[in-house]
Design a protein. Structure first.
Length: 173
């Protein structure tokens, strides 16, 4: 099975391309974005998912790793943020729970234009909060097997835990 692990980190918004041979001597380009959405709250302290969806859509990504995502939490208006961003961007969504929070859940999400074949939540060492690596396997046109896309949100409080997480990734989860 083809596996590409993409480690996406903490508080950045970045676009990049992954080039993958598709068996026909041409390259398939996949645009990825990582975005820490801070439970949908902007610097103006307003939860505005339409604004976030507009930023994501402007980048025309195939895959988006979202960190700090609420699902039905009081602070973000009891919204399923991953589902709403999926609807607003026209992308499939998956949510990976870290923990219960404010009568809802808190974690990460992945948005995808590519068909999602499987979703896997990998537990990681607990730091300031519970953490996980959140993986989707997507089908890329021209490739015989699904490709893995993995989102993480590192614990910024403990270097020992960050090193341990990177060792887990290096070993292939």
């Amino acid at each position: 099975m083809s596996r590409i692990f993409i480690m996406l980190g903490v508080a950045s918004l970045l676009g990049s391309h992954i080039m993958q041979a598709n068996g026909q001597d041409r390259l398939q380009s996949i645009r990825i974005v990582s975005y820490n959405i801070r439970h949908g709250e902007g610097l103006d302290r307003r939860v505005d998912l339409k604004r976030i969806a507009k930023v994501i859509s402007a980048l025309k990504p195939d895959l988006v790793a979202l960190q700090e995502v609420d699902k039905n939490c009081k602070r973000s208006g009891n919204q399923d943020i991953a589902a709403e961003l999926g609807r607003l961007t026209g992308m499939q969504h998956r949510f990976g729970r870290f923990m219960d929070y404010q009568n809802g859940e808190y974690g990460m999400a992945i948005l995808s234009r590519l068909p999602i074949m499987e979703t896997i939540r990998h537990s990681l060492p607990k730091g300031a909060e519970p953490r996980c690596a959140f993986e989707v396997k997507v089908q890329v046109a021209g490739l015989p097997s699904p490709v893995s896309f993995v989102c993480i949100h590192n614990d910024w409080t403990d270097e020992v835990i960050r090193v341990c997480v990177h060792e887990i990734f290096r070993e292939g989860l």
